[in-house]
Design a protein around this ligand. Structure first.
Ligand SMILES: NC(=O)c1ccc[n+]([C@@H]2O[C@H](COP(=O)([O-])OP(=O)(O)OC[C@H]3O[C@@H](n4cnc5c(N)ncnc54)[C@H](O)[C@@H]3O)[C@@H](O)[C@H]2O)c1
Length: 461
């Protein structure tokens, strides 16, 4: 299969429930022609309306290009006839009920009717792609593509091969999902729960136990994630954060200093493998308190608005530690000139996840953004001071005009118009200007982040 660049091929979404409608909205917002199919035609038509709403939401929040989305959303439609559903598609996204027999029947039909080159992807959370593809003539083109709810907003998609999947189709699947703004992670094999749900299950067990044992309320346990580690995890994963937490010693230093503390917790946390019978009662009682006075539907709206705002803010900052830096990574790899300037940008110390400051008198404009590297222009008004902060990327700067005193934990130095500087990833640094300044800075992955066997450093820089 190949997904020709710039010529989005049609996509079939099979199963018009929660997941199917959200996938359809995302695909259409990225300009794909989507055919929505369900055994229940009324559900398929209702899902098209919901999908159009999701697509418009993405456009309204700057997460999809409006002209591209208009093309996709105009072509989005419910299709009852299976021959028409599968004709010319480049990918089938199966989203039917979580039953092996039903999924196998859908894959068998798709394998018969979809063009030979099309990929067949399951959204299944818990079934094995090896079982779904078993015995199909086109088993090699079947992949698991597990979204995180809601797929039109949460960038993650987990790709896993089945026993008989052709390895080259994994790469084609990755390319396809990148083309619709997803952040694909690729597993080497199909395991229950993929990556994200296994980690979520381990965390949730302890969250349930903390409530059951009376340590804290449902609300406080939730906030201990959403106002704490959850915020950091949305920027960097646990390995990178602990590596940063180890300062100069990195992850090894962190383990040496705090490994035994974590081991003490591991000995103390819940280990049960069946939910205790009182789980639903205890959680419902806590949630009743937490949700008192809230309108039905308001939670979902709050989640989606906050996610959209966060994704936009995340796209405006550089980072090699996470996936696509915007609505569409293919578009982000091209240069988006004249990006809207951000007045008074927020500085977050990425070593601690703490807000350092909102910096009045500074304007930040992203001149170009690739997947890992960002070119930014900063305009500083006279007298501005940027507090000490750290980020994992290396920074190379060039002073276009004015004066700038760079402050690092190792000392201070003043640069003039035409001077350049560079700072290693993770270094604490700040700046101040007397007369005002215009600087252009490149944020790129730190040298240690380069993969072994990657291009030589000199070629990278
Ligand atoms: N809900 C989630 O949060 C979530 C997240 C990730 C993955 N998933 C996965 O997505 C899939 C769908 O889950 P959902 O929550 O959207 O389910 P859902 O019940 O909301 O929707 C399923 C749809 O499939 C349709 N259907 C059933 N048999 C069909 C057939 N043979 N052909 C066409 N359509 C058929 C049903 O009419 C229904 O509209 C599951 O495999 C689930 O594991 C769900």
């Amino acid at each position: 299969m190949s997904v020709p660049e710039g010529v989005p091929g049609p996509v079939a979404v099979i199963g018009a429930g929660l997941t199917g409608a959200s996938w359809a909205g995302l695909f259409a917002a990225h300009g794909r022609e989507v055919r929505m199919h369900d055994t229940d035609g009324v559900r398929a038509r209702a899902a098209v309306e919901r999908a159009v709403g999701f697509g418009r939401f993405l456009v309204a929040h700057g997460l999809a290009d409006s002209a591209t989305a208009e093309v996709g959303l105009a072509a989005l439609r419910a299709v009852d006839d299976p021959v028409e559903v599968y004709s010319d598609v480049v990918l089938v996204q199966e989203c039917v009920v979580e039953q092996l027999a039903v999924k196998r029947a859908v894959f068998a039909e798709a394998d018969r009717l979809a063009p030979q080159g099309a990929l067949l992807a399951t959204s299944s959370s818990g079934l094995s792609i090896s079982d779904i593809q078993d015995g199909l003539a086109g088993a090699g083109r079947c992949v698991a593509a597990h979204p995180y709810n809601p797929p039109h907003l949460v960038p993650l998609v987990e790709l896993a091969p089945g026993r008989d999947t052709d390895p080259e189709n994994m790469e084609l699947a990755r390319e396809f999902y990148l083309s619709v703004g997803k952040d694909p992670v690729v597993l080497t094999r199909d395991i229950p729960g993929y990556l994200s749900n296994r980690m979520s299950a381990a965390l949730w067990r302890e969250a349930v136990e903390l409530v059951r044992s009376g340590v804290a309320s449902v609300e406080d346990v939730d906030r201990a994630i959403s106002s704490g580690p959850g915020l950091r995890w949305a920027v960097m994963g646990p390995h990178l954060l602990y590596h940063l937490g180890g300062a100069e010693g990195g992850i090894r230093g962190h383990l040496e200093h705090l490994g035994h503390v974590k081991e003490g917790m591991l000995r103390d946390i819940a280990t049960w493998v069946s939910f205790p019978p009182d789980t639903a009662d205890v959680l419902e009682a806590g949630l009743r308190v937490q949700l008192e006075g809230r309108e039905p539907g308001s939670l979902e709206r709050e989640r989606d608005e906050a996610l959209a705002g966060f994704l936009k803010a995340r796209a405006a900052t550089a980072g090699g530690s996470r996936g696509p830096a915007g609505p569409n990574p293919a578009a982000a790899a091209e240069v988006p000139p004249n990006e809207e300037p951000i007045a008074h940008p927020v500085i977050v110390d990425s070593a601690t996840g703490q807000l350092v400051d909102v910096v009045p008198g500074v304007t930040r404009t992203t001149l170009a953004a690739g997947r890992t590297t960002t070119l930014v222009r900063f305009t500083l008004e006279p007298g501005v001071e940027i507090p000490l902060h750290r980020h994992p990327q290396e920074q190379t700067g060039y002073l276009v005009e004015g004066d700038l005193t760079l402050v690092a934990d190792t000392g201070e130095w003043t640069v003039g118009s035409g001077d350049s500087w560079s700072l290693p990833g993770g270094a604490a640094h700040g700046a101040r200007t007397r007369t005002g300044a215009v600087a252009v800075e490149v944020f790129a992955p730190s040298r240690e982040d380069y993969l072994p066997g990657g291009p030589p450093r000199t070629a990278d820089r």
